[in-house]
Design a protein. Structure first.
Lengths: 221, 197
């Protein structure tokens, strides 16, 4: 079992040598601000997602989680799992949140979309999911669990005050083991979308809750 | 009302989904001709998607009226009857074997078979292959597939636990898909619109 913990503590500047995060595509880097949150280092050159991956020997059952440190309008975050071979094939399961698809935005994300990056396009697993009854905002954590192969089950959760709420479930029959990752999307206006405390890990197939985060000094990438 | 359709796949600004349905494209919802909630079983890299949708009578009629859409009976246990020839033509046009259908075949049998075949298509897509790569059609023999594609295809079939006994290099893709179409579709969550099919 490989567990990865990314705490963006340490003040402003580029990520440290132990922060083994690599861009999957795009031209931006994930930086950390003075408050110890991860964010885009500069305005994106376009509105493409900036996805990164976390290198690790993850099995078929895996999860990725992070805190939404600062929610902003017109921002979005991506949860990525089973990333095939970043840089060669960016195939991956992907879930992202928006405030733009359903009304009621302004303070939280109310839309969840689940699908997969495959062959250079995003294949959507059904309608966008209306999560306005369990919206995502500053201080929440979001996580995605992928289990099984035939079919794979993709579950997306919100964690608030230690309580997990299942936001959406989709299935798919594409099996591709591989890396975990996360992404940020930002329209370049105003504040920057920030996340922190990224956890990526294998999970037993029957496991529901993500593992407890390790202390920063225990992390390894 | 829960209904099932075969629709063309479209790619809108990098997002693939079923034609006529609402997509989320680059963080913006793009309304479709019909606004009903939908759930897909995609045919991998092939150009069609099986859609389960909770749809009104009016939107169902709109969708069913599209020339490139195949609607299955509201009651999936309805025998094809007089719809046999049209159904066979529609399926064969999408590289789905339909020679085994009869007037007594219920729509449920067809939908279940498509669920199996499309899941194999997804698996092939995940391995970087099409079932129907250029030059490959239903009459193509398994021996004519590239070794890599054949390995991927058999791996997909085996990973689902499907039976491919009797399929040899002389068998055709039609033979394999016909055999698969009689087997049990993959599990889906109880909340899925495909549950109970």
């Amino acid at each position: 079992v490989t567990t990865y913990n990314q705490d963006f503590a340490g003040g402003a500047g580029a990520l440290g040598a132990g922060d083994s995060i690599t861009q999957m595509h795009g031209t931006q880097t994930i930086n950390r601000d003075g408050a110890g949150h991860g964010q885009l280092s500069a305005a994106p050159v376009d509105l493409l997602d900036v996805d990164v991956f976390i290198v690790g020997s993850y099995g078929a059952d895996q999860m990725v989680m992070f805190d939404v440190s600062t929610w902003i309008p017109n921002g979005s975050v991506n949860l990525l799992s089973r990333i095939n071979t970043p840089g060669v094939s960016n195939n991956a399961y992907k879930a992202y949140f928006d405030d733009s698809s359903f009304t009621g935005g302004g303070v939280a994300w109310g839309t969840l979309t689940i699908g997969k990056n495959v062959g250079g396009s995003f294949s959507q697993f059904g309608s966008a999911i209306d999560i306005r009854t369990n919206p995502i905002t500053t201080g929440d954590a979001v996580w995605m669990k992928v289990t099984g192969a035939s079919p794979a089950t993709i579950e997306v959760y919100r964690r608030r005050a230690g309580v997990d709420v299942l936001l959406g479930t989709r299935t798919d029959s594409t099996y591709s083991g591989g890396n975990l990752g996360f992404g940020l999307w930002w329209d370049g206006v105003g504040a920057r979308q920030q996340i922190d405390n990224v956890v990526a890990a294998d999970i037993p197939s029957a496991y529901v809750a993500p593992p407890t985060r390790m202390a920063p000094q225990q992390r390894f990438g | 009302v829960k209904r099932y359709f075969l629709v063309p796949a479209v790619v809108v600004n990098g997002t693939r989904g079923p034609k006529y349905f609402t997509l989320t494209v680059r963080h913006q919802m793009v309304p479709g001709t019909v606004l009903a909630q939908w759930e897909p079983i995609d045919f991998g890299n092939e150009p069609s998607i099986l859609v389960a949708t909770d749809i009104s009578d009016a939107e169902s009629a709109t969708l069913a009226g599209m020339a490139d859409v195949t609607k299955f009976a509201d009651d999936l246990d309805t025998p094809l009857g007089g719809r046999l020839a049209a159904m066979q033509a529609a399926l064969e046009a999408l590289n789905l074997p339909a020679q085994m259908l009869t007037a007594a075949t219920p729509d449920r049998t067809i939908v279940r078979g498509i669920m199996v075949i499309f899941n194999i298509g997804q698996c092939m897509q995940g391995k970087g292959f099409n079932i129907f790569a250029p030059g490959i059609t239903l009459p193509t023999t398994m021996g004519s597939l590239s070794a890599a594609a054949r390995t991927a295809l058999t791996d997909c079939v085996d990973s689902f636990g499907y039976d491919r006994a009797g399929i040899t290099l002389a068998s055709t893709v039609r033979d394999l898909l016909t055999k698969l179409a009689t087997q049990t579709p993959p599990r889906v969550p109880a909340t899925s619109l495909f549950a109970g099919v």
